[in-house]
Design a binder for this molecule. Structure first.
Ligand code: HPA
Length: 272
């Protein structure tokens, strides 16, 4: 079987050819809620269905279509990765990390991972955007499990002390000073957490909870990319209020925030 690293290098070559670009500078992974606003980055110069690229699995979540859009923004060639895949769809950690590995292998040195998250702090109203300062990986897996990466990619024993770039977080705050920072707790899902689990991660310092991002961040850091994580708070986490959680609420919060998220992404990429 082809190693995940080898597979990403092959998919990156295919992507460059299909998208008609020599190399990318920036990649943005579009999570729930972020896709609708991404048109603010400009008209794509190409669209490549990820199903045509080696190693990509099809997303099964509504509202996620598997596509890599290429846009040119302020002199940067940007890959917009739409149609994230998750562990809870039955994918392995390597499959979850594959799109991010592919765009990094295609040149992207800056990776912006976006997601929808539950907020633990009552002051984090739905609609708020939070920059991820660190994470708790509660998925009990790693994209670096398995065969050792090739020497060109560095050791699998990667240091994560600066996983979410302080430089990029400062840049986000300069673009929108209302954006706060928080620790993201990544669970496997797909069920939402129990109030006890939310109290547990709250006691451990988390203020955001979700089902994505952590594995992609680890894989990106391992390939030496600079990582920024942005969460759109779509709901209060379980037990924070009396309202039961539902997936529709998460999707609706994304839709109503679309314009401001698009504007934020556009200003951020211009500032890079
Ligand atoms: N928990 C986990 N994932 C989520 C949530 C949540 O409350 N909201 C959006 N994604």
């Amino acid at each position: 079987m082809t190693l995940p690293y080898e597979l990403a290098l092959q998919a990156a070559d295919e992507l460059r050819v299909r998208a008609g670009v020599d190399s990318y500078d920036v990649a943005v992974v579009l999570g729930s809620g972020w896709k609708e606003g991404a048109s603010a980055l400009g008209e794509p110069v190409s669209e490549v269905p990820s199903s045509t690229l080696r190693g990509f699995v099809a997303p099964t979540v509504e509202g996620h279509s598997g596509m890599i859009y290429t846009v040119k923004v302020a002199g940067h060639t940007v890959a917009l990765v739409s149609g994230r895949v998750h562990l809870y769809e039955g994918n392995t950690a390597a499959q979850v990390a594959h799109p991010v590995r592919t765009v990094i292998a295609a040149g992207a040195r800056t990776v912006i991972l976006t997601n929808a998250a539950g907020g633990l702090n009552p002051s984090l109203a739905p609609g708020s955007v939070v920059a991820i300062s660190d994470h708790l990986n509660l998925t009990a897996t790693s994209p670096l499990e398995g065969a050792s990466p090739p020497a060109s990619m560095g050791s699998r024993f990667v240091d994560l002390s600066d996983l979410y770039s302080a430089r990029l977080r400062a840049l986000v705050r300069s673009v929108d000073p209302r954006i706060t920072e928080g620790v993201y707790a990544g669970f496997r899902g797909p069920h939402y957490e129990t109030p006890a689990e939310i109290r547990m991660v709250g006691a451990l310092g988390a203020s955001l909870v979700g089902m994505s991002t952590v594995l992609e961040a680890i894989a990106a850091r391992h390939m030496n990319a600079e990582v920024l994580g942005l969460s759109l708070v779509t709901n209060y986490a379980a037990g924070v209020t009396d309202t039961p959680l539902n997936h529709l609420e998460v999707l609706e919060a994304g839709q109503s925030a679309a314009a401001s998220l698009g504007d934020l992404l556009a200003r951020l990429v211009h500032a890079l």
